[in-house]
Design a protein around this ligand. Structure first.
Ligand code: NAG
Ligand code: NAG
Ligand code: NAG
Ligand code: NAG
Ligand code: NAG
Ligand code: NAG
Length: 593
């Protein structure tokens, strides 16, 4: 998953490559900014459109993108297809006309298929499914299909990309967007799909073809849920970076960054953040205004919006990947800035000595601390403040009061927001314990980060967003304890989302859950977000990634063997019962005639 900041990062990526600004994709992703500055996102999107138009539709926008969010080149061998999907699987939320359908997009690759082989269904999650196609051509789908003679399918999620059961995104139109409905989509698809060009092969789930569900992040949690809720449809599930615990106040997002980031940089950032909070707490308009102006954000009216913008660089931690061609190194560039022994940094004249003396903790190396602070300021001026074009008011860029737009195109910021406002939570901000060190300002409370839920979804006639997300809808299936036979969990030790997975330090079994072939429990050391999902044939993947891909293949092979044995056993029992029932009938006939 991504954060709000990550979405903006993505869109702006195509511009000003020198300073590598954020794109709109990056800004709207979960984790980028605690609260999505929608104006900035729209600006980034407008610029991306303009940029695409100028350079042709499929020109790659190379740098500055979060992994997997950039638009892939369409590949001739991978055509999109559409499946007739039910608008609603839930009689309590009826569609306008009974059994109404819509077109759900998917892609498949049967290059490695041999009769009897499995199907691997990759849930594209809360984004355009097209961005997942590399996983089909050289990532996890390719790896598993090649090893087992299987078919790989990328399955787009309802309300994302080109898969919409409705024609706009009003609150009423969003009523069919629940995790359960989207899980039912997968089950209905698996039970009914006939692949174009392979009409003579019956691969439908429930027959003789095993289906394995794969997902990363939110879709990882869905992989776990799909296996548990439809054990007869999905023979196995691989849940990567699976956020099986829905958590309303997810301040722990920043903990893996704080614990694993370069410690000198993290120390500095914690101290700078607390300094900024102390200065804002004086509530002296002149000081506040000078502080914001210093960062190049002088016209941002709300203090919370100002510190929200300061969180933007942190979104790039999640964008790291073992493959440099899809990952970002932006986080380390940011850190290098904070810790460089720059001699070119000017003396900081922002503070009066009296104000400095009033601060809660004076750094023990004030000169160096101030130099680092000044370097931080320059970074924000150069990489964050510049995200807003000069002819646009900064409040229109960094403000978080306006959330409007009901067009399908608005799905990029709106669909996931609806999902977290109703079911998942994950409001990302400062720790509630004011003594706990924080990478972001204490002004980033759940009140602030949850504002979008109250502003973006005015109550409709048929549907409204609850005051708080109902996390029970997800957590009732296991949360941190989630487990099921033939269900694998793969996590990254440095993933900002690890605290919401079964590998969470908050899990009751933390440190005591063992990996088995039936229930693999794998941790990628140093890994971030679903690092097993992408792959590459050459140069060889790093050893840790090779290891996890090897294990994926091994346990999937074992599962398939077990599943086939179960099918044979069922078949034997069925035959046996028939024989027995037949004999019974014979006997009773004998008795009665
Ligand atoms: C809707 O589909 C179900 C299941 O296929 C079927 O039983 C039902 O008759 C259909 N209803 C209508 C009104 O077509
Ligand atoms: C950060 O602040 C703490 C507490 O005042 C201090 O002990 C520490 O040395 C500071 N770290 C840096 C890198 O300035
Ligand atoms: C801030 O607002 C003032 C007055 O409208 C304007 O002149 C100035 O250019 C703005 N500065 C920035 C950085 O947007
Ligand atoms: C900065 O200086 C300190 C000591 O003066 C040194 O240990 C450290 O490696 C330097 N850092 C960089 C990034 O040059
Ligand atoms: C939350 O979801 C659970 C499970 O779906 C449901 O039983 C409960 O009634 C819901 N709570 C509220 C307040 O809607
Ligand atoms: C999770 O497991 C722990 C320890 O086995 C148990 O105490 C706890 O009740 C379980 N929680 C849930 C939600 O099942």
């Amino acid at each position: 998953m991504h954060t709000a900041n990550a979405l903006v990062l993505g869109l702006l990526g195509s511009l000003a490559l020198a300073s590598r600004p954020l794109s709109s994709n990056e800004l709207a992703s979960k984790g980028t900014t605690p609260a999505l500055p929608l104006g900035l996102w729209k600006e980034a999107k407008r610029r991306r459109r303009h940029d695409d138009g100028a350079r042709g539709p499929w020109k790659e926008s190379q740098t500055g993108q979060l992994p997997f969010l950039s638009r892939p080149k369409p590949s001739a061998s991978c055509q999109e297809h559409y499946f007739d999907q039910l608008v609603s699987h839930d009689p309590h939320i009826p569609s306008t006309t009974p059994n109404e359908t819509w077109q759900q997009r998917y892609w498949f690759d049967a290059t490695f298929y041999k009769p009897g082989g499995p199907v691997f269904l990759l849930d594209a999650g809360e984004t355009d499914g097209e961005g997942r196609l590399p996983f089909l051509s050289q990532g996890i789908l390719r790896i598993l299909s090649e090893a087992t003679n299987g078919i790989g399918i990328v399955f787009e999620h309802r309300y994302y990309g080109k898969s919409f059961p409705v024609s706009d995104l009003t609150t009423d139109s969003l009523r069919f967007l629940t995790t359960r409905q989207s899980l039912d989509d997968g089950a209905h698809f698996a039970r009914n799909i006939v692949l174009p060009g392979l009409e003579d092969i019956d691969i439908r789930a429930g027959g003789s073809t095993p289906w394995i569900y794969y997902g990363g992040s939110y879709a990882g949690a869905k992989a776990a849920l799909a296996r548990k809720l439809y054990p007869d449809v999905f023979a196995g599930g691989i849940a990567s970076s699976a956020v099986t615990a829905a958590i309303e106040d997810y301040w722990q997002y920043y903990e893996p960054i704080r614990q694993n980031g370069p410690s000198d940089c993290i120390d500095r950032l914690v101290n700078h953040t607390s300094l900024i909070d102390s200065l804002l707490a004086f509530e002296q308009p002149a000081l506040t205004s000078a502080l914001k102006g210093y960062f190049g954000l002088g016209n941002v009216t709300s203090d919370a919006d100002f510190v929200n913008a300061l969180a933007i660089p942190l979104g790039s931690w999640q964008a790291r990947n073992w493959d440099p061609s899809v990952g970002s190194t932006r986080f380390f560039e940011f850190c290098d800035t904070l810790t460089a022994n720059s001699s070119s940094v000017h003396e900081v004249d922002l503070f009066q000595p009296a104000q400095l003396a009033a601060l809660p903790s004076l750094p023990k190396d004030p000169r160096k601390a101030l130099a680092s602070f000044a370097a931080y300021v320059s970074y924000v001026r150069e990489h964050v403040a510049t995200l807003c074009p000069p002819d646009t008011a900064q409040d229109d860029c960094f403000g978080t009061d306006e959330y409007s737009g009901d067009e399908l195109d608005d799905y990029e910021w709106k669909s996931w927001a609806y999902q977290f406002c109703t079911e998942w939570g994950y409001f990302i901000g400062a720790p509630p314990d004011s003594k706990h060190p924080s990478l972001v300002s204490r002004l980033l409370t759940t009140e602030y980060t949850g504002k979008i839920c109250r502003k973006a979804f005015p109550p409709g006639d048929l549907n409204s967003v609850p005051a708080r997300p109902n996390v029970t809808a997800i957590n009732q299936y296991g949360g941190f304890n989630f487990s099921y036979p033939r269900l694998a969990f793969v996590d990254g030790s440095e993933d900002p989302w690890i605290y919401a997975t079964p590998h969470s330090p908050l899990a009751p079994h933390h440190g005591h859950r063992h990996s088995t072939t039936s229930e693999p429990f794998l941790l990628i050391k140093g890994g971030v977000h679903h690092w097993d999902e992408n792959g590459r044939p050459s140069p060889p993947e790093p050893e840790e990634i090779q290891r996890v891909h090897r294990e994926d293949v091994e346990f999937v092979r074992a599962w398939l063997e077990e599943w086939r044995e179960e099918q044979r056993e069922k078949e034997r029992k069925r035959r046996g019962r028939w024989r027995w029932e037949g004999e019974g009938r014979e006997r009773s006939r004998a008795r009665w005639t």
